[in-house]
Design a protein around this ligand. Structure first.
Ligand SMILES: [Zn+2]
Length: 334
């Protein structure tokens, strides 16, 4: 069995529903040759292409890739973090129910992760609990920031506490790469902004002490962890400075944190993938594709082969790590 933990989905019915409720969810639509772009409460998505929507195309691609099961998560552009908290919670619920319905069309091929309204920590924790306990989802995808609020914001403590208590998956995913920085040339927002933003977010969770306080969640950092594994030595140096100067709240060494998280294989370079496996250990790497995006890795098993990953390590990355990680979701004690 081959599991892909990083794949995005917009169920067709969700967009139809949104068109019907566009006023409520402050949404407008722009048709483009590559699909519709949605503006929700001021945030405009990339085009919602056929790959995000079509179940048939998804299954065809998975068969071609040799992937048995995709773990579906929301299209990160469409999570509605800019909506007011109560509307954001409502939108997350709609998306989650729609995603579960889509996944149950082929329960042998799909599992799913929720989206949670991180614009309000309490609502996000409530939705996570509902998604895992009632909808049977494996956890949630969480964007790297909401405007200027970042993931070590005290308001989100309750979300991390819930995730840790549930022992669920949290897929950390870039959303609005480096915000308002003028980096739209050379495609830099996608090429460098996304992994940079992921590195910032996970670095803040680490150095603030969030990860020390909530060790029960299974944090998956996409795109091979951004620049984190490569820069862990520099980050570790911060601990040598007085806490009174740095404000660092981390108790554990960043290297230990790094080895306690999970990473997907979306690196598109065999040397980088080999280095990741060596640095974090083969027990911490999971297959990802970032389906259906061209910047993802749409042939993940070939990437493993090109990196020379085979035998027991191949089994761990494609199956064992996933099965171990999801075995106890929802069954941890508070
Ligand atoms: Zn992605």
């Amino acid at each position: 069995m081959i599991y892909d933990v990083h794949a995005h989905c917009v169920p067709e019915g969700l967009v139809t529903d949104l068109r019907r409720q566009s006023k409520r969810f402050q949404s407008s639509f722009e048709e483009t040759p590559r699909g519709v772009k949605v503006n929700m409460a001021g945030f405009t998505t990339l085009p919602i292409n056929e790959g995000l929507i079509s179940l048939d195309r998804r299954l065809e691609t998975m068969d071609r890739q040799g992937v048995n099961v995709q773990v579906l998560s929301a299209f990160i552009d469409l999570v509605g973090y800019e909506l007011e908290a109560d509307l954001g919670a409502e939108w997350s619920r709609s998306y989650n129910e729609s995603l579960v319905l889509e996944a149950t069309r082929r329960p042998d091929r799909f599992r799913s992760l929720a989206t949670v309204p991180i614009q309000d920590g309490e609502s996000a924790a409530v939705e996570l609990e509902y998604a895992v306990s009632k909808l049977g989802m494996l956890g949630a995808q969480v964007g790297t920031h909401i405007g200027e609020r970042q993931l070590d914001d005290p308001d989100l403590e309750q979300l991390w506490a819930k995730a840790s208590a549930l022992g669920c998956l949290i897929l950390l995913h870039p959303r609005d790469p480096l915000g308002r920085l003028p980096i739209d040339d050379y495609m830099i927002r996608q090429l460098i902004g996304r992994p940079a933003e992921t590195t910032l977010a996970v670095g803040r969770m680490m150095l603030s002490g969030v990860l020390d306080r909530h060790p029960g969640m299974n944090l998956i950092v996409v795109h091979g962890g951004g620049f984190l594994p490569y820069q862990v030595g520099r980050i570790r140096q911060g601990l040598a400075f007085p806490k009174s100067v740095t404000g660092i709240g981390a108790i554990s060494d960043p290297t230990d944190h790094m080895k306690a998280m999970y990473y997907d294989t979306v690196l598109n370079d065999p040397g980088a993938l080999r280095a990741l496996v060596e640095m974090v250990g083969p027990g911490r790497v999971l297959v990802g594709s970032d389906y259906p995006f061209a910047l993802g890795d749409l042939d993940p098993l070939r990437s493993l082969a090109e990196a020379g990953i085979e035998g027991e390590v191949f089994e761990m990355i494609t199956r064992v790590n996933y099965e171990t990680m999801v075995a106890n979701v929802g069954s941890r004690d508070e």
